[in-house]
Structure formats: C-alpha cells, structure tokens
Design a binder for this molecule. Sequence first.
Ligand SMILES: [Zn+2]
Length: 364
Amino acid sequence: MRVALRSEGRLKKALAFGPRDVRLVDLAPRTPGPGEVRARMLMTTLTTANVRLYTGPLMADVQYPVTLSYTGVAEVAEVGRGVTRVRPGDLVYPNFYRACLRCRFCRADRMVACEQVPLGAHNMMIGEAYESALQSEIVLGEERMNLVPAGTPLEAAAMTGFFSVAMQAIVAVEPDDRDPLFVNGAGPIGWCATQLAKLHGSRVVIAEVLPARMERARQFGADVVIDARQPDARQQVVEACGGAPLKIVEATGTAEGSALAFDVAGRGARIAAVGVSQHPITQTFIVLKGLRIDGIGGAIRVPEVIRLIAEGKIDISASITHRFPLARLVDALELKRTSPEAELVAVYIDEARLPGARPDASGG
Ligand SMILES: [Zn+2]
C-alpha cells in the first residue's frame, strides 16, 4: 500500500476521524504566549498503543477525532515572554501527558496519580484539542519542554518516553546485584527496563512470544531470554531466576502475560505492573503471596533519563526498523498494524531529516 496524505497549508496536524481514517488538517500559525514555547516537531515513533488509536476501538474517555502520537523530539522555534529554560534551536522532548504538573503528585514526579486527571481517563493528550507529536508545530508551556543536550541523536532521544515509563517500574522494584529481575514482555518497555536494570548490576531474565523481540532483548543486554510460547515457560523462568522471582516487571500488557508474571512471582515479590490487561487478580492472592504491586503508567525522572541517553548509557533506537515521512503516515500505521515483526516505526514530521539511506522509506 502506498498512500500519500495531502494538505494545502504549510502547517499540518494528523488526526484520525474514525477507524483507519487518517487525514492531515491545516494548522493555524500560532505565537507562544507568556511562559509558552513554540517548537517544530522533528520525528516520532509509533507504538502498539498508537496503532490501537488508528484502528479502534477507542479506550477510556477518548473519542474521534484523535491525535495519534504523544512521543517525539522537537526543536524550539520561538519562546514567549518569561521563558528561561529553553532557547530557539534547542532540542526538546515534549511532555504530552494530560497530568497537570502542578498538583502534589505531579510535583512529587508521580504523574500517574495526578489529581486533575479523572480516574479511568486516558493519561495522554489524545484528541483534536490537544497538541500532538504528529503535527508540524506545537505550543506548550515551558515546563513541558524537556531539554535534550545538543548532539544527542534524534532517534535515541525519541526513546525518552519508553525509558521514563520503564524508569517508574525500575524504581518500584529496585533491581540489585543479588536478586535477578524477571522482565515479562520484550517490547520497548521491557527492553528499557532491561537496560536500566543492567545499570544496577542486575541479572535480567526476560520472557517473550515474538522471536524478533527475543533477539532484540539479547542485543539490549538480557542475560536469559525465554520463549514464553513454550508449555514449560513458567518452570523455565523459575529455573533461570534460581527460584521464584522476587523482582518482576510485567510489561506484556496482555492477560496471558499478566497471569504468567503473577503465577511465577515468589512469596513477598515486588511487581511493577505496566499497562493494562483484563487479568483478574484477587485480594486473597495478593495477601497470600504477600505481593507488593506498583501500577506503572507515567513517566518519571525524565531529565535523568535524557542525561543517560545523551551519555550513551541507554539506547534502544536500534529497534527502529522502518522510517517514513509524515506524508506516508498511513503506510507507517498499516505496516505496524499488519506486521507483528515490525519493531519501532519512525515517522519524520520534518521530512528533510529523514535519514537519506532509505529515500524510498520502504524499510525492510
Ligand atoms: Zn497533577
């Protein structure tokens, strides 16, 4: 499939008006107000969650039309009065969370618990009224523009969102060089959790169902990679961990994956549960096992994550397997929808920055 999206204006914004109905709409030029920053979006990567917005059905309180991406790298174009943290030309990683950044939880770096976001509402800026990573320019308050050191590769910086969610999981389970960490699910969050745990000297055992993702997990530092499709996967996890694991990051986002993670968990285990699945867990089960469970759903320690990326200590951008210009966003979404083996798919809003090695952007 080869679909070219067109729009008349210089400034564009991608919106889905219904399942698999993506259009570029014109965006009016804007001037940043006091404390605000105008930035040009450079590139983003599409996640499984983004594809779910594209295909529907929509979850939580989200309604069409919807924006399709909330991670990416931008370049500051203009700053409003009173802005001191960034200057034109700076690279930034914008914060597209709906969290208010002002309540006591936000100020304590716990956006997942923001008091201003209704319980059950989607935690990201999704919807026509919001800024999006898939639009030419954004205007946000300077507190939402995380400075990225000059010289940081764009694609590495674009991984900040994954790492800062994985960081919340890592802070919850506190990996160390004594107990191995069991990471369930070798998607972007699983890879990021692996790399962050390795910085703490932890041994990492990871389980996954997709072979390409297993291979990436090895490349990104996992010590033992278990094929979760095997009937004895639970037993393999326990053996590889030298006993029932006591530190677990559940990052599959599926009911089957969640069941595996909670079943193998040892008594007194700490579990970081990333994403949402329909796996029912009873209070009895939690009490009998003495589990300590943290719900993971927001970025934390973003400046620290960006520093680690800029220093080259963490990087999963090698998993970007395909790159597209914004005009071919539909092709990018379709590729991600139809090929489970496609890993991260990048979309360049600033098409001039698309790496020249693949002028056709056909990937593969
Ligand atoms: Zn808040």
